[in-house]
Ligand binder design. Structure first.
Ligand code: SF4
Ligand code: SF4
Length: 499
């Protein structure tokens, strides 16, 4: 008999096992035809689809202060979010946002598993939208299965073309909206209608559109199963008091079909009628009755599907439900289960999250709209500008993050007689502008002796009196808004007195 695979160094049994493993790894994907489902959790999923997409598609069209309310202007390196303008120097807020997102994910996952995946993840949301179009055009699960299995026909071609045309339109609109967060969307729309799109804008609209079409239309559950790293490490955040979607084996088994009229207990049956509705509605095609599996995205479609069956059978709902491992094992009632859900770990996560949020909100509310960077001119460190006058050269980068123009004064302190020269005061900065101001600081050397004398008379210490000795001295720039004393920046720098 021909060996279909090499067996070098392997017994036939071992080789057969190797072959089976190989087959399992490269198993051809079975297309999933999720059945439509209605119910409490399906309602929440629809709610989150509408909410997230109203925000995503709507936000770029909102105006604020005569500009796009939310715009990430990469070219100008400014991020506008309603009344706030972020600069590269505000990178800390991005770090805080990432920390807040990670902490929220930990919190929600510890409370109720993959809530994010099931209700708000873009992959879930777009798959829901694409599935909705598919159902409207092709029909529900049995019709779609029959259509795919049937021979080619003009009607099939028309149905499939319509579906794909709608998918592509939605994907391109999504790509357009995405790019509209980085390029003013009204300009982008005008460029699209006049066929004047730039090459990068065209590339990103198509790239994001193709990604949406491919992920939500074709890849679907494979993105969650094979590409998303979150599915792999989520179990590390679960414990025995985490709410997960679980099939109640004690109540459901032994499963089996039966007439609605028979007494299931007398017939020795559990509540599961083995109708497979929970499998048919599952977007990742798993059977939750086999226990918690990493593929489960926690969408609760099986909960709604099974509840409908329980209703029809006249059995209590909740054969598949959100519950915890401890609640099932120890038979907790709902109150006891929820009490344990809010365990110390959750309280700590929530406390940290609230604290970071409060500090960030406070810091944003009290954000100083003036930023100053002092840059020493290394080409001309120190020189004698006039007999007895030492001069150092600087450049001050002044940023006005306010959306109204501002005027500022600059002064320097830290050395006797120090003065700012070479810059016209007040500095005038337009709204949301940064400008570089070259300037010089001058210290009259004769002040050294005068100052020493004054300091001696005032009874000051030796180290203060020696502050003007040759070497590097600490000084401070004070930049202050003319119209608002509270808008002020103190920036430390140094002044060099040569030998
Ligand atoms: S098993 Fe249930 S909760 Fe998990 S993905 Fe399938 S339908 Fe959703
Ligand atoms: S939907 Fe409910 S009754 Fe039907 S097979 Fe699934 S668990 Fe059993």
């Amino acid at each position: 008999m021909n060996q279909p695979y090499p067996t070098i160094g392997l017994t036939p049994v071992a080789a057969s096992l190797e072959h089976e493993q190989e087959q399992a790894i490269y198993e051809v994907r079975q297309k999933i035809y999720p059945r439509a489902v209605h119910g409490w959790f399906a309602g929440w999923r629809v709610f989150f689809v509408i909410l997230t997409q109203l925000i995503f598609y709507g936000l770029p069209w909102l105006e604020w202060n005569g500009r796009q309310a939310v715009l990430f202007d990469l070219a100008a390196r400014k991020f506008y979010i309603f009344g706030l303008v972020f600069w590269p120097q505000d990178f800390i807020y991005l770090a805080v946002l990432l920390i807040l997102s990670a902490m929220s994910l930990f919190l929600f996952t510890a409370v109720a598993g993959r809530l994010w995946c099931g209700y708000a993840c873009p992959q879930t949301v777009y798959t829901e939208m694409f599935l909705w179009i598919e159902r409207k055009i092709e029909g529900d699960r049995p019709v779609r299965i029959r259509l795919d299995a049937g021979p080619f026909s003009l009607q099939k071609l028309a149905v499939k073309s319509t579906k794909h045309a709608l998918w592509i339109a939605l994907a391109l609109w999504t790509g357009f909206t995405f790019v509209g967060y980085f390029t003013p969307i009204k300009t982008l729309a005008a460029e699209v209608t006049s066929l004047g799109l730039g090459p990068w804008e065209t590339f990103w609209i198509l790239f994001y559109g193709v990604a949406t079409y491919g992920n939500a239309g074709w890849m679907r559950e494979q993105v969650c199963k094979y590409m998303c790293p979150y599915a792999r490490f989520q179990s590390a955040m679960f414990d025995r008091d985490t709410l997960t979607i679980t099939y109640d084996t004690t109540r459901g088994e032994p499963r089996g079909p039966r007439s609605k009229r028979i007494d299931r207990h007398a017939a020795g049956l559990g509540d599961c009628v083995d109708c497979h509705i929970c499998v048919q509605v599952c977007p990742v095609g798993i059977d939750i009755r086999k226990g918690l599996q990493y593929e489960c995205i926690g969408c609760a479609a099986c909960v709604d599907g099974c509840d409908q069956v329980m209703d029809r059978m006249g059995y209590p709902k909740g054969l598949i439900r959100y519950t915890t491992e401890n609640a099932l094992a120890r038979g907790y009632d709902t109150k006891a289960m929820w009490k344990r859900v809010f365990r110390p770990r959750i309280v700590i996560y929530a406390g940290i999250l609230l604290a970071i949020f409060a500090v960030t909100a406070g810091s944003l509310a009290m954000r100083n709209p003036l930023k100053v960077d002092v840059i020493r001119d290394r080409g001309a460190l120190a020189r004698e500008a006039a007999p007895g006058v030492i001069e150092n050269v600087y450049r001050l980068q002044v940023m006005n993050t306010d959306e109204s123009p501002r005027r500022y004064t600059i002064e320097a302190v830290g050395l006797p007689g120090i003065s700012v020269v070479g810059v016209e005061q007040p500095l005038v900065l337009g709204p949301v502008t940064t400008r570089l101001f070259p300037l010089r600081l001058q210290v009259p050397l004769e002040m050294r002796h005068g100052a020493d004398h004054e300091l001696e008379n005032a009874g000051t210490h030796d180290d203060e009196r020696n502050a003007l000795e040759p070497g590097t001295h600490k000084i401070e720039f004070i930049v202050r808004a003319v119209d608002d004393d509270k808008v002020v920046r103190h920036e430390k720098s140094s002044f060099i007195i040569p030998r």
